[in-house]
Design a protein around this ligand. Structure first.
Ligand code: SAH
Length: 255
């Protein structure tokens, strides 16, 4: 198998998956070994950062759980600057760079600047992280659709562009990213949109890391989970019948 050369003056936007280094793609591992400069997101697992070429420089730039990080324009300007200096630039992001990851914004800026780039998809938390929690994104007996939603809108509010009534009626399984802070409002809004109070939900915290913790509740009791100190960010909220499979599919930590 031949993997593409990581050429000087180019930027690879690479997804690092939800945590477990074993979930990296071969292309991601190749990029980690070949990079000169890594611009790393706050979500990337420390075990993955430890795999970076020891000669490479590592710079942390990214937001975490809504906490103000470097401005997006500063990040893109930095990527362009490094590429123009002839570096092999690895922009490392948690999960998949094109799923709630600001990857498109960064790639658009690179394209506009005439910088050659490559996108290396990663396993997104809403699929791989769920699998580590014993919750399938789809199961034949449960759902034929799955919807990824961000719980994070401007000013820490619910995202205004989400059609909550449609999510109440039509969406079978919902996977919320960045929903921890808004959990009470998300749950209330979904019930108002017609979802049953007794519908099963799961909070999946730090999936695919040694600190993984999963708690199951119902829409009506979801906010009680916030009192649980073992559920820190990052976390996903899963709503729908697939959560009911977890008692039989919970395999983590492996025996
Ligand atoms: N690009 C990433 C998502 C970035 S948005 C991806 O594809 O996974 C950040 C949100 O992702 C977090 O608020 C959380 O909801 C989710 N997330 C990322 N890593 C996670 C993990 N290991 N466990 C649980 N949720 C995670």
């Amino acid at each position: 198998m031949t993997l593409p050369d990581f050429l000087p003056g180019t930027v690879w936007l690479v997804g690092a998956g939800p945590g477990d280094p074993g979930l990296l793609t071969l292309l991601a591992a190749h990029a980690l070994a070949g990079a000169d400069h890594v611009v790393c997101d706050a979500l990337v697992d420390a075990r993955i950062v430890a795999m970076v070429n020891p000669a490479a420089e590592i710079e942390e730039m990214g937001k975490r759980g809504g906490v103000a990080g470097p401005k997006q324009e500063r990040i893109t300007a930095r990527l362009i600057e490094l590429a123009r200096a002839g570096k092999r630039v690895l922009r490392l992001k948690g999960g998949d760079p094109f799923v709630f990851g600001r990857g498109p914004e960064e790639a658009l800026a690179l394209a506009e600047a005439g910088i050659v780039f490559r996108i290396v998809p990663g396993i997104t938390a809403g699929i791989g992280g769920l699998a580590y929690a014993g919750i399938p994104a789809t199961a034949k007996q449960c759902n034929s659709t799955v919807t990824f939603v961000t719980g994070h809108g401007p000013d820490g509010d619910l995202p205004p562009e989400v059609d909550w009534d449609a999510l109440g009626r039509g969406a079978q399984v919902l996977v919320f990213y960045m929903a921890l802070r808004q959990l009470d409002r998300v749950a209330a809004r979904l019930m108002r949109a017609g979802r049953p109070a007794g519908e099963p939900v799961a909070l999946v915290s730090r999936a695919a890391t040694p600190g993984q913790a999963v708690r199951v509740a119902t829409l009506a009791t979801a906010t009680d989970l916030l009192a649980d100190p073992v559920l820190p960010s990052p976390a996903l909220l899963v709503v729908g019948p697939v959560v009911g499979l977890r008692p039989r599919l919970d395999w983590w930590p492996p025996q």
